[in-house]
Design a protein around this ligand. Structure first.
Ligand SMILES: Nc1ncnc2c1ncn2[C@@H]1O[C@H](COP(=O)(O)OP(=O)(O)OP(=O)(O)O)[C@@H](O)[C@H]1O
Length: 251
């Protein structure tokens, strides 16, 4: 599915400033093809900002992003054609149903007729086939997340970039999504995702980067980063959690 030896995604010295805020600080990552790669970190650490730059949705202040060897600045179209993206805030055609939105996307991408079977399968496994007449504007947060995932997979890209794919997703749907991602990686696909669900990262990701204050604090195989603890325990240890002082008005 991808060229051996060429990283699926390579980020070098990525820096992102928002005014006086340094959201990402010379961050570098190299993600080999054919694995699920997790990016974890506390709120505001810079995970979404890194994924946004990986998808070419914002030009970073500095640094480079290569997708399958293609520099996003000089070969943007070729690079982005390899990606399926699930990010909050991506606009959707609100007055269409799920099937219509998938048909619209297939048309824009010039996909051959095989998209119909894939669209039907995706709607079924994501449980969106139960509401065929519902317009996107009427969707809940979790349903929007699911249709965005279906759109990300429809053209069978070799690389998926997913920002918090399980946020607002019910446990049954989360189980289905996990199985879809497993199949995708088993077939040679690369998944790069951010998540606060450490259990998922531990079960499914081969490597993980712990990002704090826009920098990579630790990176490596999940078992190595966890150092014999659970990833959750190790995360709290790494990030540092002070005990919450007693709030007298709660007593
Ligand atoms: N568009 C923006 N304008 C200004 N500041 C921003 C913008 N986007 C992000 N930031 C800031 O950049 C920093 C990193 O934010 P980011 O959303 O990347 O963190 P995150 O790790 O994804 O957090 P969370 O886990 O809460 O989703 C934060 O300080 C945030 O306030």
């Amino acid at each position: 599915m991808q060229t051996p030896g060429v990283p699926a995604i390579e980020v070098a010295d990525l820096t992102q400033r928002f005014g006086t805020v340094l959201a990402v600080d010379r961050l570098s990552l190299s993600i080999e093809p054919g694995m699920c790669y997790g990016i974890v970190g506390p709120n505001g650490a810079g995970k979404t900002t890194v994924l946004t730059a990986m998808c070419g949705l914002r030009h970073p202040t500095a640094g480079t992003v290569r997708i399958a060897g293609h520099d996003l600045r000089t070969a943007r179209e070729t690079a982005l054609a390899r990606l399926g993206v699930m990010m909050d805030g991506l606009s959707l055609p609100e007055r269409l149903t799920a099937t219509e939105v998938l048909r619209y996307s297939a048309g824009l991408r010039g996909l051959d007729g095989g998209w119909r079977k894939r669209a039907g399968d995706l709607l079924e496994v994501l449980g969106l086939d139960a509401v065929p007449r519902t317009l996107i504007v009427e969707y809940s947060t979790g349903m929007r997340k699911k249709i965005t995932l279906a759109l990300a997979l429809l053209h069978r890209p070799p690389i998926l970039v997913l920002d918090e794919p399980f946020e607002a997703i019910d446990p049954v749907s989360a189980h289905s999504i996990e199985q879809v991602l497993e199949q995708y990686v088993d077939a040679g696909g690369t998944v790069v995702l951010s998540s606060h669900i450490m259990d998922f990262v531990e079960r499914n990701c081969r490597r993980v980067a712990v990002v704090v204050d826009g920098r990579v604090l630790v990176e490596g195989p999940v078992e190595q980063v966890a150092e014999g603890s659970t990833l959750n325990e190790r995360f709290v240890e790494l990030v540092g959690a002070d005990p919450v002082r007693p709030l007298e008005w709660l007593a």
